[in-house]
Design a protein. Structure first.
Length: 387
């Protein structure tokens, strides 16, 4: 059956049924095809980026093969419970009825269990899954366009909005908000942003945390426009809006915790002691730890604890030897007489020259004197040292 849909002034005609399988007469709907395309693209993207997130692709594939069917069942269960349908109609999927949030919750729970079984890091797997969710949701929402569902209240505009045969039966000829389009654009934009952030991911679980905030924030407001929301009992409280608010709050709390842990870890990784005293304390603690380990090993061999002596590192022995030689050099220099400075040597040379000139004058005048001696004090000091 062909349906005519008008959105932003553009009119298209499309049949909800894509084709029919001959023999069994099974009708394959565009909704299912579009959902499948989104799922496949999400899986392809996730498998290509597994190694970047430190996950083996084969193990991740095992997780996906079990999680995907469970997510579909949980999406159906979510819809049946909050729509008030009889549980006997659970498998009557051809009449429609899947809730994305139910699928997300089911995928997270079952996926975590499978990660434990296949020994995959749960937080890293959730990071990949978050990006995959945004791909699947961004593409899968166009299935709602074909089915003429997930629309909102009146826009009050002559061109901005959408309408169609099914919409007109419920809302009249006025244009309504294409909520499916809002959510599709929001998810695809979120994917682009988180994809870029994931290239510089700081800790495991960061992308999943940002997904909770991003998707929850957008879904909260978009859900407020919809006319086909699921409610809690007979109240006016929309289930998806409540869950979206909880996602945002939980995401903010987890993000703050993750940032705090990352900063502490970064400080510990880059900390360098600034004082020798701190270095000595660290070295002493390491030696005590080695000594305690040696004592435990010797006790196992039957030796008394007193037989174990502290292990002295080679670098400690070398450092101690260098300090000892430096101290000996300092003591030797202290015992030697101080050498005259440059000014003192010049003054002494000038005095000797004057005495020599005086001696020559007296010799010519017939008054010989004892010849002056150079550095007599220094020679006496040398003789004294020889004694």
């Amino acid at each position: 059956m062909e349906n005519t849909i008008t959105i932003f002034g553009i009119t298209v005609t499309i049949d909800r049924v894509a084709f029919t399988i001959p023999g069994v007469n099974w009708e394959i709907y565009w909704y299912g095809i579009i959902i499948t395309v989104g799922f496949v693209l999400a899986v392809v993207y996730g498998m290509k980026r597994c190694k970047v997130f430190g996950i083996h692709p084969d193990r991740m594939l095992d997780v996906i093969l079990v999680t995907a069917p469970a997510a579909i069942l949980c999406a159906r269960l979510y819809y049946v419970l909050f729509e008030g349908m009889p549980i006997t109609e659970f498998f009557d999927i051809h009449n429609g009825g899947l809730a994305i949030l139910g699928g997300v919750i089911g995928a997270a729970v079952v996926g975590a269990v499978m990660c434990k079984v296949r020994k995959v890091n749960i937080l890293s797997a959730l990071d990949i899954a978050a990006l995959g969710f945004l791909i699947g949701q961004g593409i899968g929402r166009w299935g709602n366009f074909v089915n003429q569902e997930a629309y909102g209240t009146y826009t009050g505009s002559d061109w901005f909005g959408m309408t169609g045969g099914r919409i007109s039966q419920e809302m009249g000829d006025s244009l309504v908000h294409p909520c499916f389009l809002y959510e599709s654009v929001w998810c695809l934009l979120g994917f682009l942003i988180l994809h870029l952030i994931s290239k510089k991911r700081k800790w495991n679980g960061e992308i999943a945390t940002l997904y909770l905030i991003w998707y929850g924030f957008g879904r909260f407001f978009i859900e407020g426009l919809r006319t086909d929301s699921l409610y809690i009992g007979s109240s006016n409280l929309r289930v998806s809006q409540l869950l979206s608010a909880m996602m945002v709050i939980a995401g903010i709390v987890l993000l703050l915790i993750g940032l705090a842990r990352y900063r502490n870890k970064k400080i510990d990784a880059t900390y360098v002691p600034l004082f020798d005293e701190e270095q000595e304390q660290i070295r002493s603690a390491e030696q005590l730890a080695e000594l305690e380990q040696q004592r435990k090993e010797q006790q196992k061999d039957g030796m008394p604890p007193e037989a174990v002596q502290p292990a002295v590192r080679q670098e400690d022995a070398t450092t101690e030897s260098v300090h000892l030689e430096a101290q000996q050099d300092a003591d030797l220099k202290a015992q030697l007489p101080a050498e005259p400075s440059c000014d003192e040597a010049v003054a002494e040379e000038s005095s000797f020259s004057r005495q020599q000139q005086e001696y020559q004058k007296q010799k010519q005048a017939g008054q010989p004197q004892d010849q002056p001696e150079r550095q007599k004090g220094k020679e006496e000091q040398t003789n004294g040292d020889n004694h």
